[in-house]
Design a binder for this molecule. Structure first.
Ligand code: HSE
Length: 367
């Protein structure tokens, strides 16, 4: 079967001015076999199965302590929404961001090449070889930027799912993760521990990046698990928080973190929330470098544990702190202690949510 490999190759016209609102792209064949690109049969360009799709993608908690860049999970009730529409006003094969609403819309570019949702949507169009249809995209930011809750990933995941739905759901989950990873790579770093769970739901282990291998970790349906998410009014850009990490680690820390990550995976599969919390709290490599950069974080962790949380760490790159517990009222009580600790030890106001696991991942929603 004839196949071709496609890469994002913006045409020169698409770089005119940083706020140019329309992205153009062309398909480039390559024999290089980049393992993170997608091979598709290019003889057929799919037609849209509908003219409008709205998709939601949930917030995520990445790392889960010792799982830096390879473990993450989706949380219920917070996320971003992307709507895509077939738009005859947009040149075929192009995409335009018509509006951005919700959290900090002015901080986000409407140039699709510099917007997380736009980048992922372009990737999906490219994977599908869409040349005959132009799309308008609208983004509703439900997640604050730079919060440690996978805000950029949720925009990318919702856009990737929306465009794929529009053209008949031809791409696999892995394809959608690869498309969304292009966006993560551009804005924060090449890591799938937000985009994979945002797309797939539940807990996800990224076994490898080249080739991309994802393992869904099923948390038993009958077990209770609550995430206490406390977000201070403080910015912790992922790029900066990644730059703070050591480039090398010692053998003792490697062994410790690997054993804790293994224990965390076992706890998830067994539905053992106490074990999950213990492993979540145990990171000796990333958290010790990042916590001092978030005012009050060390005290917040102590306060959460003293209030009965099974474990606590930084959510993603921060500044949100995440604690786990197995009942909701205790979760709310823990949240109050964590908020108080951010205020008294970090001089930061904070807000809290107590949420459950999102088991569905990014999905189409009704208008
Ligand atoms: N694994 C990434 C990091 C997640 O910790 O930098 C960022 O949300």
């Amino acid at each position: 079967m004839a196949t071709a490999t496609y890469f994002l190759c913006p045409s020169p016209a698409s770089f005119k001015g940083s706020e140019m609102p329309i992205a153009r792209f062309r398909c480039c064949s390559s024999g290089s076999g980049n393992s993170n690109s997608v091979s598709l049969n290019t003889r057929t360009e799919p037609r849209p199965v509908t003219t409008f799709v709205k998709a939601f993608a949930p917030a995520t908690v990445a790392n889960l302590g010792p799982g830096f860049d390879f473990l993450g999970c989706a949380v219920d009730g917070m996320g971003d929404i992307v709507s895509v529409r077939v738009d005859p006003q947009v040149h075929p094969g192009e995409i335009r961001i018509s509006d951005i609403t919700g959290h900090a819309p002015d901080k986000l570019s409407k140039n699709p090449l510099w917007n997380c949702a736009g980048i992922a949507a372009i990737e999906v169009m490219k994977m599908l070889s869409i040349r005959s249809v132009g799309l308008s995209l609208s983004l509703q930011k439900g997640l604050p930027l730079g919060s440690g809750l996978g805000s950029s990933a949720a925009s990318a995941a919702a856009a990737a799912v929306a465009v794929n739905e529009m053209f008949g759901k031809r791409l696999s989950v892995e394809d959608l993760v690869v498309a969304s990873l292009k966006s993560e790579e551009k804005v924060s770093g090449y890591h799938a521990d937000n985009v994979a769970p945002s797309i797939m739901g539940g807990f996800v282990l990224i076994q490898s990046y080249e080739p991309l291998q994802l393992i869904e970790l099923k948390f038993p349906a009958e077990k209770e698990l609550y995430f206490v998410l406390v977000s201070p009014e403080f910015e912790a850009p992922t790029k900066k928080m990644r730059a703070a990490l050591p480039s090398e680690i010692g053998m003792a820390h490697h062994v410790w973190n690997c054993s804790q990550a293994g224990a965390l995976v076992a706890a998830v599969l067994k539905g053992d929330v106490v074990g999950l919390g213990k492993a979540l709290s145990s990171d000796k490599i990333v958290e010790p470098r990042r916590a001092p950069l978030i005012p009050g974080m060390e005290a917040v962790k102590k306060a959460a544990l003293q209030a009965g949380a099974f474990g606590c760490t930084i959510s993603g790159a921060g500044p949100t702190a995440v604690a786990v517990i197995d009942d909701e009222p205790t979760g709310h009580a823990i949240a109050q202690h964590m908020i108080q600790a951010f205020l008294s030890h970090g001089n930061l106001k904070a807000s809290a949510k107590v949420l459950q696991l999102d088991r569905l991942g990014a999905r189409r929603i009704l208008d």
